[in-house]
Write a protein that binds this ligand. Structure first.
Ligand code: F6P
Length: 357
């Protein structure tokens, strides 16, 4: 059978283990040899000792676990050709030409570049005498399927990324917990949530947690936001959600401290800040994330099995409750265009580009 390797890259998210498990089990079910690459691209660059064959049992009892048990890393070396050459040599050594990469847009971009460069990398390795002609012939084509693992839900092409739903649960639990203590006093609670430049986690949890106000990067508040924020003066309890990337119309960060100052000055209300931080990325994966990861992992293996030398690298996406294969580079480009529009403060364009994901 074919050799498939699976690895996780960039920031972890809940559901990555479930995805790894699905790849291993589906691959083995179809008669493939499946390998883990430990510590992401770094492990691939560092040496064959990080490329370990998986067994059916090696992915037992991991479906629920947060984080990634096979390790992840941000790898500067892989950004250089010298690093990619080392990675290619290690894969050829192991006879692996099918990769499932689980990560964010940076990790998927790296994978696509690797695929494009593959024939050239093989030629260089041949010339350097680091691989044989027989190995080069055997490993002529590289096939790649990507899965998006991130709590931020910031990737174009998929309705949900693996980890977002679990992070939403974590945030909602925290809001509920805070509300129960907060209601005993007259207080305002400001909760800062993750999401980088994406306000998805903030918007959804504001809605589900009955927040009074929410700040997100994609839709900076009007100039008179302090008036609007404080129009509920005299309320017993206020919950304000701030996305970590929130900004005003001049592109200046709206921080929890800034908002607190406004509430204290105008409402004279006792105000507390909770920065949820990495709690959001931890804990067990939700049922939705486990299911999403199972479906995406299985689909990734199927995509690799059906790939021909002409097939582009794909990303497995959720589209209206169906797992679909989309061209990886197109999705990455759209995602980067959104990020650029955001950085240029072209918010309406960013929202349009994100479109129906
Ligand atoms: O992309 C996931 C994420 O958790 C973001 O929401 C956050 O901004 C970032 O990663 C934090 O990264 P680190 O774990 O490196 O501090």
């Amino acid at each position: 059978g074919k050799g498939i390797a699976v690895f996780t890259s960039g920031g972890d998210s809940q559901g990555m283990n479930a995805a790894v498990r699905a790849v291993v089990r589906m691959g083995m079910y179809l008669g493939c040899k499946v390998f883990f690459i430990k510590e992401g691209y770094q492990g691939m660059v560092d040496g064959c000792e990080n490329i370990v064959e998986a067994t059916w049992a090696s992915v037992s009892s991991i479906i629920h676990k947060g984080g990634t048990l096979i390790g992840s890393a941000r790898c500067a070396e892989f950004r250089e050709q010298a690093g990619r050459l080392k990675a290619a040599r290690n894969l050829v050594e192991k006879g692996i030409t099918n990769l499932v990469v689980i990560g964010g847009d940076g990790s998927l971009t790296g994978a696509n570049l690797f695929k494009q460069e593959w024939p050239e990398l093989l030629q260089i390795l041949l010339k350097q005498g680091k691989i044989s002609q027989e190995q080069a012939d055997k490993c002529k084509y590289l096939y790649i399927a990507g899965l998006v693992g991130s709590i931020d839900n910031d990737f174009c092409g998929t309705d949900m990324t693996i980890g977002t739903d679990s992070a939403l649960h974590r945030i909602i639990e925290a809001i509920d917990a805070i509300v129960s203590t907060a209601y005993s006093h007259q207080r305002t609670f400001i909760m800062e949530v993750m999401g980088r430049h994406c306000g998805y986690l903030a918007v959804v949890t504001a809605l589900c947690g009955e927040a009074d106000y929410v700040f997100i990067p994609e839709s900076p508040p009007p100039e008179d936001w302090p008036d609007k924020l404080c129009h509920n003066a005299g309320q017993r309890l206020n919950i304000i959600i701030i996305a970590e990337g929130a900004i005003d119309r001049n592109g200046q960060p709206i921080t929890s401290e800034k908002v607190k100052q406004v509430v204290v000055d105008r409402l004279k209300q006792d105000t507390r800040i909770t920065v949820l931080g990495h709690v959001q990325r931890g804990g067990n994966a939700s049922a939705f994330d486990r299911l999403l990861a199972c479906r995406m992992g299985a689909e990734a293996v199927m995509a690799l099995m059906e790939a021909t030398p002409e097939t582009e690298a794909c990303v497995i996406s959720l589209d209206g409750n169906q797992a679909v294969r989309l061209p990886l580079m197109e999705c990455v480009k759209r995602t980067q265009a959104v990020a650029k529009a955001m950085a240029d403060r072209e918010f309406e364009l960013a929202v349009k580009l994100r479109g129906s994901r």
